[in-house]
Design a protein around this ligand. Structure first.
Ligand code: FES
Ligand SMILES: [Fe+2]
Length: 390
């Protein structure tokens, strides 16, 4: 019963989005902010400001660092270096995911290399101290010669970590307290509709990308789609048409697919709205989940580099189910190749060109049009976090 109700209301939600998108399509309009917005270029380049933003935003807010489906079983772990911080995410025997700094409590050696694997224990390569899946210190090599040590005080340093909506969220500062339900608000239910934990991870990869704000801007508007992505994702998308919903700092962007106009010829009762729109869930500050073609999904994480001019993007290519037939494998590989081209050769190519001229003095400020409301909101939230207490 409750599933039917959920399904029905989801269908109604999609009908409403398709209706709003179709209205824009017919009128050549889009959701708009009240005014254009100006941002000093310094907000993209100033080193001091950048360091402060990295600390305040990326190290003090929950970040989605992994997909639940990357760690399905007890003992599965993912080691990664996030903004120069080495961490391990590990599913323990009770099924919860824990996050530790990847640094031995004896003298700081890295316990394992970055990557995904499974293990009963983490053994330090330097002097073989061992830790269990909860990060507790359980063994010291030649303990009888080492001297007195309180094991309970020498477990791995834990970072706050919670799993929600198929994602694993971490605060990169030890002892940081966050309330994930409050942070996500109604966006959690939105993310739940994606059922991220049920997808199949086809592959993931890291792309070198331009500076943080240049990179993020490109994920938040449809203004460039037909021009930049005419041969890839733009083939499927109506350019400069955006239906926007906000959930605090998080945003849901709805784009129209090229078939959107077909709905004009159909009775509403016959609409299958999801075939004609495309949703992007943008989770502040650095996660984008983009369903481009029904059975495939691109998840992107953007991590600021040590300087304002670079980021790393992690792309995850998801398929609704493991591709088995030659046809399914080809479809998944085509999707993966298409989004790689769209992001690396199209978006980031332009982004790097912006990066090259950004210190030239050509612009004192950048502009976000009325038709780029999600970009405006993003920067307004960055400013809000920088000027207000949490
Ligand atoms: S640094 Fe790990 S056991 Fe010595
Ligand atoms: Fe793009």
């Amino acid at each position: 019963m409750s599933t039917d109700v959920t399904k029905k209301s989801r269908h109604e939600e999609m009908m409403g989005l398709a209706d709003r998108a179709l209205d824009h399509f017919q009128n050549h309009t889009t959701d708009m902010a009240p005014e254009p917005m100006q941002m000093p270029v310094e907000a993209y380049t100033n080193q001091e400001r950048y360091v402060a933003e990295r600390e305040r935003i990326f190290k003090n807010l929950p970040l989605a660092l992994a997909l639940s489906l990357e760690l399905p079983e007890a003992g599965d772990y993912k080691a990664m270096t996030v903004m120069e911080t080495p961490i391990i995410l590990c599913r323990n025997d009770q099924g919860s995911v824990k996050c530790f700094l990847n640094a031995c409590r004896h003298r700081g050696a890295r316990l394992c290399e970055d990557g995904r694997s499974s293990s009963r224990v983490f053994a330090c390569p330097y002097h073989a101290w061992t830790y269990d899946r909860d990060g507790s210190l359980i063994g010291i090599y030649a303990a009888e010669t080492f001297g007195e040590l309180d094991y309970s005080q020498h477990g791995l340093t834990e970072l706050p970590c919670e799993e929600r909506s198929g994602l694993i969220w971490v605060g990169l500062t030890p002892n940081l307290h966050f309330d994930l339900d409050e942070w996500l608000g109604d966006f959690a239910a939105e993310l739940d509709t994606l059922a991220l934990a049920d997808w199949h991870l086809h592959e993931s990869r890291v792309l070198q990308s331009p500076g943080w704000k240049i990179t993020m801007d490109g994920y938040l508007e449809a203004y460039h789609h037909n021009l930049v992505h005419g041969k890839t994702v733009g083939k499927h998308t109506v350019g400069n048409l955006l239906v926007l919903d906000t959930y605090g700092p998080h945003q849901r962007l709805t784009f129209g697919r090229k078939t959107l106009g077909d709905l004009n010829a159909q009775e509403k009762s016959a609409w299958n709205p999801e075939e004609h729109i495309r949703l992007i869930h943008s989770c502040f500050p650095n996660l984008s989940i983009s369903g481009i073609l029904g059975d495939h999904c691109l998840v992107s994480q953007i991590f600021p580099g040590p300087e304002p001019d670079s980021t790393e993007t992690v792309q995850y290519i998801l398929a609704a189910r493991p591709p088995e037939t030659a046809e399914q494998i080809e479809a998944t590989e085509n999707f993966s190749a298409m989004v790689l081209q769209a992001v690396k050769d199209e978006d980031y190519r332009i982004g790097f060109s912006i990066q090259q001229s950004i210190n030239s003095g050509a612009n004192q400020s950048f502009l976000y049009g009325r038709n780029e409301p999600a970009v405006q909101n993003y920067h307004a939230w960055v400013d809000r976090f920088m000027t207000q207490d949490a």
